[in-house]
Design a protein around this ligand. Structure first.
Ligand SMILES: [Zn+2]
Length: 78
């Protein structure tokens, strides 16, 4: 696994998507990173490689982990 590559890949992803710097991360910690729905109350928070992600339910968590694995694999491969 190449940490640096993964990081670059993530930065690329962010640059390619719509980035709104006006949104303060601290104010918006309660949105599901998988489906984008607001999380009220019973969210799931997971930590991968020292970064915290919030998800609305365990099925989103499973999907997110799956996609994260794919991203890792993509960053890892050629
Ligand atoms: Zn969700």
């Amino acid at each position: 696994m190449d940490e640096q590559k993964l990081r670059n890949y993530e930065i690329q992803k962010v640059e390619n998507s719509i980035w709104n710097p006006q949104i303060d991360e601290a104010d918006l910690a309660t949105e599901c990173v998988q489906c984008g729905k607001p999380i009220d109350g019973d969210g799931v928070s997971i930590e991968i490689e020292e970064r915290r992600y919030y998800l609305c339910c365990s099925s989103c968590e499973a999907l997110f982990r799956e996609e994260y694995e794919k991203l890792r694999t993509a960053a890892d491969g050629e």
